[in-house]
Design a protein around this ligand. Structure first.
Ligand code: AMP
Ligand code: DBH
Length: 547
């Protein structure tokens, strides 16, 4: 069990959440065979030609759980999961839920820098990757990461070319038949984690160089999923298309993959948000709902005019993750023949949805209201005092699915949480008289590129280490396509002249994910500073936007 480093809810509140029925004392893995029994041959997961019934999913998950157990992994051990959207992702997630092994959900775009830092932080005992993905050798990456971890770690690979010494996940799952299924079921029914234990580790975009890992318990995540399912009207008829990276909280659980399964619907896994692939799949699989960040939705909007596919089954698109202009929001539905539900959410917990039947004024111009009546929201000024109703301020939040701290982050938690457990979202919002949240901006120092949060501090720390760079600051530049891009301001050492290419190469060599690389460079003789001597980001942002 993982307890050290997990900040618990106060005991009286935990009791209240149980009594109120938020926390039901069940693990996410405990649902799997119940579903298999009730829904049997109904299709749960689709990935290209591959179709898994609920029963297939339960058998496969237990088979992989047994493999993890055979490697010596049990309750409280952690595994880095870095898979594209594929059926094996769903199986692996439930294999973890069944066996009590905690998955750390990483994105396919992450590289050695991120995997190593997070792996060390959680003490990962295994790394699960595809063999290759988009021309990149993830198997090799996993090997390097595993070798660099403080303790021994296994490598598990989904693919056709698995190196000796790694576990061939497809071979394991080929062997997952009815034989022994009952015995495995009994085994993992008997040896399961507790509902108050950590079910999954999610990553936060965060604002510092340290990876911020969020421990979500079975109780809290199951509640989050259930409420999101209700807010979005998911049911047995739901066919959810997962195109955003599956390990992200939004497509994973809001309501996303886990919500569609919880509701008895079907999940269609697609590893690319490209409009043609998406439109084709919507038609082929009669998809009813999908989710997108604004940058992706914009691509679909542009492509809608030349679409030749039948999209009439599509009822809703959930859009969230970064700012969406109301005028753009208003165009998406008509262009694709569906409605939109805006979502304002965070891996740290709180999730808001516009109602299914919201009038356009709300669906287009607000980011919705919290999914739980037990969510607490406060909007405060820079001194921490509540602003007048309807005024803009920073949003603080607490609730039954918003943990009270990051995992193993005593120092960071002093900054990101108040003493009485409110999470400082770093977002500027106002709340309308009828309780809808409108996101107006943010105070935290990050760059939101197509919904991927990039910590300015992380990029700055890495640039600072490069020879030739005396001082560096990273800020967002507005961009019509992806919302924001990273602009680096660099004061070089005398006589040195770094270029955008050399900086990008050096950061890539450090193992940084490509989406975080600066896309513009400004060389300066002097960086502007704030009175306490930090780079003046406000001034730099203005300067960057002005060019
Ligand atoms: P993370 O903490 O990495 O899970 O990212 C959550 C953050 O994404 C939020 O705190 C917001 O800054 C941003 N975000 C999520 N949804 C929206 C939205 N609908 N509009 C604007 N920003 C959003
Ligand atoms: O950006 C996010 O993290 C996010 C956006 C929408 C999220 O976590 C969510 C919905 O659950």
């Amino acid at each position: 069990m993982i307890r050290d480093g997990v900040v618990p809810w106060p005991a009286d509140l935990a009791y209240a959440y149980r009594v109120a029925g938020c926390w039901r004392g069940r693990t996410l893995g405990s649902y799997l065979w119940e579903w298999a029994e009730q829904r049997g041959d109904r299709i749960a997961v689709v990935d290209g030609d591959r179709r898994l019934s609920y029963r297939d999913l339960a058998i496969a998950a237990d088979r992989l759980a047994a493999e993890l157990a055979g490697l010596g992994l049990g309750p409280g051990d952690t595994v880095i999961v870095q898979l594209p959207n594929c059926w094996e992702f769903v199986v692996a997630t439930f294999a973890c839920f069944r066996s009590g092994v905690v998955p750390v959900m990483m994105l396919p775009a992450h590289r050695e820098y991120e995997l190593s830092a997070v792996g060390a932080h959680v003490g990962a005992k295994a790394v699960l990757v595809p063999d290759r993905w988009r021309g990149y050798d993830h198997q090799r990456l996993a090997r390097d990461v595993a070798d660099g971890l403080p303790g021994p770690a296994h490598v598990l690979v989904v693919g056709d070319e698995v190196y000796p010494g790694s576990v061939d996940v497809r071979a394991v799952l080929r062997d997952a038949g009815e034989r022994d299924a009952a015995a495995r079921r009994d085994r993992f029914d008997a040896c399961h984690p507790g509902a108050a234990d950590v079910a999954v580790f999610l990553l936060s975009g965060g604002t510092t160089g340290i990876p911020k890992v969020i421990a979500r318990t079975h109780d809290d995540y199951a509640y989050n999923i259930r409420r999101a399912v209700e807010a979005c009207g998911f049911g047995p008829e739901t066919r959810y298309l997962a195109v955003l990276p599956a390990g992200h909280n939004f497509p994973l659980a809001n309501p996303g993959i886990l919500g569609a399964l919880y509701a008895g619907g079907r999940v269609v896994m697609l590893p690319s948000p490209r409009p043609d692939a998406v439109f084709e799949t919507i038609e082929a699989e009669r998809v009813t709902v999908t989710s997108a960040v604004p940058a992706v939705a914009l691509k679909w909007l542009e492509a809608a005019g030349r679409n030749r596919h039948d999209l009439t089954t599509l009822q809703y698109i959930h859009i969230g993750g970064s700012m969406l202009a109301p005028e753009v929001a208003a165009r998406i539905g008509p262009a694709l023949g569906c409605r939109i539900q805006q979502v304002y959410g965070m891996a740290e917990g709180l999730v808001c949805y516009t109602p299914l039947d919201a009038p356009d004024a709300i669906a287009h111009a607000t980011q919705g209201r919290p999914i739980s009546p037990y969510d607490e929201l406060r909007v405060v000024d820079p001194d921490g005092h509540a602003v007048a109703p309807g005024q803009v301020g920073e949003l603080l939040t607490r609730g039954p699915y918003t943990p009270r701290g990051y995992f193993r982050a005593l120092v960071q938690n002093q900054v990101s949480f108040t003493a009485d457990g409110w999470y400082r979202t770093g977002d500027l919002v106002r709340i309308t008289p009828d309780g809808y949240v409108v996101v107006c901006g943010r105070v935290k120092d990050l760059i939101n590129r197509a919904g991927e949060k990039i910590s300015a501090g992380e990029i700055e720390a890495l640039m600072q280490e490069l020879p030739g760079i005396a001082e560096a600051a990273a800020v967002a530049i507005p961009d019509p396509e992806v919302g924001e891009r990273v602009c680096a301001f660099v004061r070089p050492h005398p006589g040195s002249r770094p270029t955008l290419d050399t900086i990008r190469e050096a950061l890539t060599a450090r193992g940084l994910a490509v989406f975080k690389l600066p896309e513009r460079l400004e060389l300066v003789d002097e960086l502007p500073h704030t009175p306490i001597g930090k780079p003046d980001k406000k001034a730099l942002r203005a300067r960057a936007a002005g060019r």
